[in-house]
Design a protein around this ligand. Structure first.
Ligand SMILES: [Zn+2]
Length: 392
């Protein structure tokens, strides 16, 4: 059995200090004295307001998937594609793993997340505690990083720019609905298990207090190294193999990630080229190097720069999903570029390897617990005088 925290406590998930939950006023927020992470912000939205946001999100998410995001015209013939079409085409041309990853991140997991939140807020808004409350809020935290609708939206933008040079492209209803969904889903990421629990508590429901999280095990270090090694190995084929193959009027060309960036640059879209370069090349490398440094320093129990290291970890966690950008671009282009011998676009082996890199680095980042760095450097659940001194 894990130890239950006192009813009004709040645990810092980044360094492990346990606090008494503070009373917050409008516009106020609480930060951790030791590591500087935000512990809680004043809840502006009531449960009923969140329920309204959720219903709006479900409507726009349905529209985003029911209608095509764009239609491509080549010599009078048109090809429309929705997100689901893109997944189906990717599966049919022989890349089931890429299809599965994108379907999960762009549709299935966001749909699960929305169902969970409706389950929770459908009850909270009417002053009831839902059945399986604790399990439901736990899964809200677990699913959050895998819901990539905003990344998919950026992918549509990049695909539109890439195709604009080849043929004429008309945006569809699905595109506007995807944009709305991306904004609403970003708003919903503010909901965490801790925040939902506090809301339930504040409306007078007998929500069980959160249990104090178990101290992180040093065994995490080996697992994180293993996942990172896997990602580093896959990073090579992800960059060497073509991410897509384009056949236009009989001539075939293969595009690697860097090749695609250079091509965008030559087309004059330097801004989009920069976005793709950062998302696909800089972000995965930065994530691997930053995590390697964090794990290495934790392993050596050093207490140096702990606050900065915690902030770096938050950044690594946040940017994780954005590397998926190019995979979304490729599957969209494949779904739109279907004109027989005139123009055909197919994903390449690089896309599958790249999806693997994204998943492994995300698992590595999530599996590494920043509290371990504090713990191994000798900091425990209770604040010491040193914590107060270093915070000023
Ligand atoms: Zn902290």
């Amino acid at each position: 059995m894990s130890e239950l925290a006192p009813p009004h406590s709040l645990t810092c998930h980044h360094c492990g200090v346990v606090y008494r939950r503070p009373e917050l006023d409008v516009g106020e927020w609480a930060t951790c004295i030791r590591c500087g992470s935000t512990l809680e912000t004043y809840a502006v939205f009531s449960a009923a307001a969140w329920l309204a946001v959720l219903i709006a999100t479900i409507i726009s998410f349905t529209l985003a998937n029911a209608f095509p995001v764009a239609t491509l015209y080549v010599q009078g013939a048109g090809q429309a594609a929705s997100f689901i079409d893109a997944v189906v085409v990717t599966w049919q041309v022989g890349y089931p793993e890429v299809a599965a990853i994108t379907f999960a991140a762009g549709f299935f997991l966001p749909a699960c997340q929305l169902c969970l939140l409706i389950w929770i807020f459908g009850a909270l808004a009417f002053g009831r505690l839902p059945v399986f409350f604790d399990t439901a809020i736990l899964w809200v935290d677990r699913l959050k990083p895998w819901c990539m609708v905003p990344v998919f939206l950026m992918g549509v933008m990049v695909a539109v720019v890439k195709l604009a040079g080849l043929a004429s492209l008309t945006p569809g209803i699905g595109l506007f609905a995807t944009a709305t969904t991306a904004i609403l889903i970003t708003a919903l990421t503010r909901l965490s298990s801790g925040k939902i629990r506090s809301m339930a508590h504040d409306i007078g429901l007998a929500a069980k207090p959160a249990s104090v999280p178990k101290p992180p095990s040093p065994a995490l270090i080996t697992r994180t190294w293993a996942l990172m090694l896997g990602a580093a190995i896959l990073y090579i084929p992800a960059n060497m193999l073509p991410i897509m193959k384009v056949t236009s009027l009989g001539s075939e060309s293969a595009h690697t990630i860097l090749g695609g960036v250079i091509e965008l640059w030559h087309m004059g879209s330097w801004d989009i080229a920069l976005v793709v370069f950062i998302a696909s090349v800089v972000v995965p490398l930065f994530k691997l190097l930053a995590l390697a440094m964090l794990v290495f320093m934790t392993q050596h129990r050093t207490g140096r720069n702990l606050r900065e290291r915690t902030h770096l970890y938050v950044v690594v966690e946040f940017i994780g999903q954005w590397s998926m950008l190019d995979v979304f671009v490729v599957i969209l282009l494949s779904a739109l570029g279907h004109f027989g011998s005139l123009l055909s676009i197919e994903p390449g082996g690089g896309a599958a390897a790249f999806g693997g890199v994204v998943i492994l680095t995300m698992l590595a980042a999530m599996g590494f617990d920043p509290r371990l760095a504090w713990r191994l450097a000798g900091h425990r659940r209770h604040l010491t005088r040193a914590d107060f001194e270093s915070s000023h």
